[in-house]
Design a protein around this ligand. Sequence first.
Ligand SMILES: [Zn+2]
Length: 346
Amino acid sequence: MKKILIYFSILIFICFAIPVIFTTSFEKRTSSAEVLTSDGNVVEDKEANDISPNAILESTYDYKDYDTIQLLHQDTGKTEELELDTYLYGVVSAEMPVSFEEEALKAQAVVARTYTLYKIVNNDGKHGEADICDDSTCCQAWISKENRFARWEENEQEENWKKIVNAVNSTQGKIITYQGKPINAFFHSNSGGETEAPIEVWGGSGYPYLQSVSTAGEDAYSQYSSEAEFTEEEFVEKIKEVHSDFEINWKEDNCIEVTEYTEGNRVKTIKIGNLELSGVEVRTIFGLRSANFKVTREGGKIKFEVTGYGHGVGMSQTGADSLAKQGKNYEDIIHHFYTDVEITDM
Ligand SMILES: [Zn+2]
């Protein structure tokens, strides 16, 4: 018992003391509420949602213990120290189209801030001394301002950037909590109308704040539906790469049959030949956009008709934009996708 306590103490020290050591050199930002206009003038005490089109909100929040993050760049293997909100500009602009509604971008900023803080607080040491990486399939995507600008039309760069910066700065310090702790704020591209419980995607015991919820209007986005088609040979080959014992008799009408659906309308289990696979595994094997799919066979080809894009857990980005278009603000959007949570200051 004593040994366990010692190990636990060491763990606590690693989790909290080391990040403090690495971040002591940071210079605290100004804490007075002020807004810098595009011509460089400082306007005092301007309300976050009362800005002229040309104004850009300055970051003024004092993050105390979490003022910087260590970001691992997966392509170079190098770790970079960034101020939290500066990092979030790169996340929001990498993760969500800038053409989305301002309230959807604000929701994305709060979700990304929460996800980042969750990663810092629950650091599993996967990325060494770094808190988070810039790979969307591992942590969350990030893009530098320079690379972001290179992908925008020149006459839209400044206006687009302002929109991103204002989404982050107008929600400064805001995070999503459940029972006082930052939530594991998963998000994805398009839910296909229903989000998914994490237990259906990754197993485990799930999280009370991540329930399946439905959102209207997701079908208006290009991410909503997609198709993938394979010949019988390609189909067999792909499954055999993972299951070498795979066999299928194409003459049987029910040689491919969905046996169970999840609460979020995705394929839970599917019988394919002599195998019973999860919808998530089939999604991976065939590179489908989601586990919400229908399978049809015709003329020696197998077709997947896929609804939604991503794992389906937590906030749907196109759902957030759809809700914003219906007049919801970022707080409404967050409460829609995360059950019984609070939006609090860090
Ligand atoms: Zn990562």
